[in-house]
Design a protein around this ligand. Structure first.
Ligand SMILES: CC/C=C\C/C=C\C/C=C\C/C=C\CCCCC(=O)SCCNC(=O)CCNC(=O)[C@H](O)C(C)(C)COP(=O)(O)OP(=O)(O)OC[C@H]1O[C@@H](n2cnc3c(N)ncnc32)[C@H](O)[C@@H]1OP(=O)(O)O
Ligand SMILES: Cc1cc2nc3c(=O)[nH]c(=O)nc-3n(C[C@H](O)[C@H](O)[C@H](O)COP(=O)(O)OP(=O)(O)OC[C@H]3O[C@@H](n4cnc5c(N)ncnc54)[C@H](O)[C@@H]3O)c2cc1C
Length: 667
């Protein structure tokens, strides 16, 4: 079967891998990206970016100072949003940015991820008509400033205030304390001249909770901060160092009333407050990012899996049999066990990410028609997915990094940077432990609704089902039936964990604790229930994708899905065993099946990562390059280190040589 990545001059080990492929890599890639046309566009964009001299990098970003890297990123962003703007569709933009700029952020990241979405979904018609065309034309750059130095998670306690002054029909925006400074917002420090700022709305001395306001931060002509505004960059971070995450203090800055984002909640000129149809519509920009970040995090894991798999196919080290040749490290079972589940999880996350984006679009449609009934389900799902996927992705990338040995530790592999970027997602858009509790709140309601026989939305329909005995290992050799047996067991486990957590909570309440304290005493169990609910959704979503896939890729997807299910179950064995639903023999069976899956997938491993269709430029990894010619490329990469500009460094001349000389002269 054709693997379309084979080219003359490639590393022969990698070519051999591609020759063993049992499916059409383009078919799988087209399925992943939605259609042949989308795949072709993806390739076209990659090729055009590589050919555009405006995107050329004289030296890799890894060797640049932060300021120079920010400069290079801004320069390329200008090219994207002027020269390229009309050449790509909005949905192609993330790929263009990844190709042209990379993954560490760029001046308009928050403009796109949160500023425009907040204005789109929360500004009333008048404000939208005035500001959106300017924002969309990049006449202004905006960000989303919510988190403060002292509070990020607990939005109710944010300290920045927007106090309504009826006499002038203005809001007075103020930062009352040092820890009330906005701290962290991306692109706030240096790039943005506007921001949507989240403030406590105060009318007649009454605090009406967090609301969003459009605030101009810098002069449009000089880009100097406006009077009353203190703004700057918060300094270097683990990653995202081409992003100017910033600080902001506002000293009684006045803005007109209509700069409150008033599509849902409103303040009339006389100060009358009208609440929104759903209390949390003000939190909409966060739901937007959570719904979209799942897919992009799947892509980060896909990259790591691609690097680790290709490198493991060209790296030869050690022997499996005495006297045999040195083997490709991909032949070691431990290596397969480290990497193949990451390939499967990357596919699973990408599929789930696509489903949740669709669900988000449907929810938005409903809200536009005055119906917010889909929002609770979406909020629970996005909170759970955001938490599970970022954690899984971080662990997965780290496994991939370690699987590349010493070279994985080098920036040349691209893996340290991927890891740094990925784990940011565990924190931003709500710290994972906190967001899992949001999911758990919904599950607790679901448990009650199920007890009362009420109808349940599809994502929690399993709460209303009855458990039979687990059929894992008992359904014979039919793979379709085995998949169903495992999914039913996962459903049982997700249901059992939610019911157990609910009972633990109730027990504490009956024991005399207030609801909230009792909740804190059971949150570890609550979060477990949320994780398994989320992992069940991911498994179901992968299964739906498998069932709807064309026959040409069904077999390889089925192998991958088997590995995914077996790995997830072994990883969650404690939960499967805890109530006796599964027994030790069934876990042993799952492990045996998992080891068989590793062998089954081995001939297709390289081709499965080729189908992620990530160009060399986007992958930005010497180890993961498509042609597998890593050793020469490693040397060429290292030669670019600024420490190699001279043979004798000033640091050596000034300190080490005199020290050695002095020590020699003492002898
Ligand atoms: C197109 C491109 C898009 C994305 C780019 C993709 C990838 C990213 C790539 C690069 C990075 C780019 C950008 C990174 C940007 C990062 C930006 C940020 O981090 S912004 C700051 C984010 N901050 C947070 O997430 C804060 C987390 N905290 C909260 O959300 C809230 O404080 C809380 C934890 C939800 C609690 O809020 P509150 O106290 O008000 O509410 P309760 O817990 O009492 O709940 C009451 C009730 O409301 C329900 N609820 C809460 N939130 C929501 C919501 N958002 N929607 C719907 N419903 C909500 C909750 O479930 C309760 O329901 P009930 O049980 O009463 O029925
Ligand atoms: C890369 C990056 C980009 C960011 N971009 C933006 C941005 O563009 N705009 C913006 O406004 N913000 C941004 N942020 C800020 C980010 O949203 C917050 O840092 C995040 O929401 C976590 O809040 P926190 O820092 O207050 O953590 P904290 O709440 O202080 O968390 C510390 C610990 O306390 C625990 N904890 C807190 N509350 C609870 C609870 N109720 N129950 C159990 N445990 C709890 C957490 O689990 C965690 O272990 C960004 C952050 C990062 C890292």
């Amino acid at each position: 079967m054709p693997n379309r990545c084979i080219r003359p001059g490639d590393n022969p080990d990698l070519t051999k891998e591609r020759e063993t492929c049992t499916f059409d890599t383009d078919e799988l890639a087209a399925n992943l990206y939605g259609s042949r046309r989308n795949l072709e566009r993806r390739r076209e964009i990659s090729q055009k970016v590589s050919a555009d001299p405006d995107f050329a990098d004289p030296i890799p970003h890894e060797f640049l100072s932060r300021e120079k890297a920010v400069d290079a990123t801004a320069k390329k962003s200008k090219v994207i949003f002027q020269k390229w703007k009309n050449l790509v569709k909005p949905e192609e933009m993330p790929h263009l940015v990844n190709e042209a700029v990379g993954i560490q952020g760029f001046p308009l990241a928050l403009h796109h991820a949160m500023f425009l979405p907040s204005l789109n979904s929360q500004a009333d018609d008048d404000l939208a008509a005035e500001i959106l065309p300017r924002a969309k034309a990049y006449e202004i750059i905006g960000t989303y400033a919510q988190t403060e130095m002292g509070h990020g998670t607990n939005l109710r306690e944010l300290e920045t205030t927007a106090t309504y002054d009826k006499t002038t029909q203005e809001f007075v925006i103020n930062t009352p304390t040092r820890k009330a400074m906005k701290w962290w917002p991306g692109n706030l420090g240096k790039m943005s001249n506007y921001a949507v700022v989240c403030c406590q709305l105060i009318i007649d001395g009454k605090n009406l909770g967090p609301h969003n306001f459009l605030v101009q931060l810098r002069c449009e002509k000089t880009h100097e901060p406006l009077p009353g505004i203190t703004v700057g960059d918060i300094g270097p971070k683990i990653a995202y160092n081409t992003t100017d995450n910033g600080f902001l203090a506002l000293d009684n800055v006045r803005i007109p009333r209509r700069q409150m984002l008033m599509k849902h909640a409103k303040v009339s000129p006389d100060g009358t407050y009208t609440p929104p149809i759903h209390a949390k519509l003000n939190y909409g920009a966060m739901v937007h990012v959570r719904a979209h970040m799942i897919y992009s995090h799947g892509h980060l894991l896909a990259r790591a899996a691609a690097v680790a798999t290709r490198y493991s196919a060209v790296r030869r080290q050690g022997r499996i049999e005495n006297g045999g040749p040195e083997v490709q490290i991909l032949d070691y079972q431990t290596q397969q066990h480290r990497i193949f589940p990451q390939i499967a999880r990357a596919y699973a996350i990408l599929f789930a990410g696509q489903e949740v984006r669709d669900q988000y679009a449907k929810t938005l449609e409903g809200i536009a028609n005055g119906q917010a009934d889909l929002l609770p389900d979406l909020h629970a799902l996005t909170s759970g997915l955001k938490s599970v996927v970022t954690f899984m992705g971080g662990l997965g990338i780290e496994q991939c990094r370690m699987s590349c040995g010493g070279h994985g530790y080098s920036d040349a592999s691209g893996l340290p940077k991927l890891y740094g970027v990925q784990i940011g997602g565990c924190t931003y858009e709500g710290e994972n432990m906190v967001m899992l509790q949001q999911t758990a709140r919904y599950l607790m309601k679901g448990v009650k609704w199920a007890e009362q026989g009420k109808s349940l939305s599809p994502s929690i329909a399993y709460l209303g089902k009855k458990s039979g005995k687990s059929l894992i290992g008992l359904k014979g050799g039919d793979i379709t039936r085995e998949h169903e047996a495992i999914l039913e067991t996962l459903e049982h486990t997700a249901r059992r964990l939610a019911i157990d957590a609910s009972q633990l909570w109730e027990k504490r309440i009956k024991g005399g604790e207030c609801k909230e304290r009792a909740w804190n005493g059971v949150t570890v169990e609550m979060n477990r229930a949320s994780r398994v609910y989320t992992r069940l959704f991911m498994a179901r979503s992968f299964h739906r994708r498998l069932l709807s896939s064309p026959s040409s890729i069904r077999s390889v997807l089925s192998d991958l899905f088997s590995l995914y299910l077996h790995y997830e179950c072994v990883d969650m064995a404690q939960h499967l065993l805890e109530d006796g639903h599964c027994n030790g023999g069934q876990i042993q069976y799952l492990k045996k099946r998992l080891y068989e899956d590793l062998t089954t997938l081995r001939p297709n491993a390289v081709s499965l990562v080729d189908s992620f269709e990530i160009s060399d430029r986007e992958l930005n990894s010497v180890l993961g390059r498509r042609d597998g010619n890593v050793y020469e490329a490693l040397f060429q990469w290292a030669k670019q280190s600024e420490l190699n500009y001279t043979d004798v460094l000033p640091a050596v001349k000034n300190y080490m040589m005199p020290m050695m000389e002095e020590n020699r002269s003492k002898l």
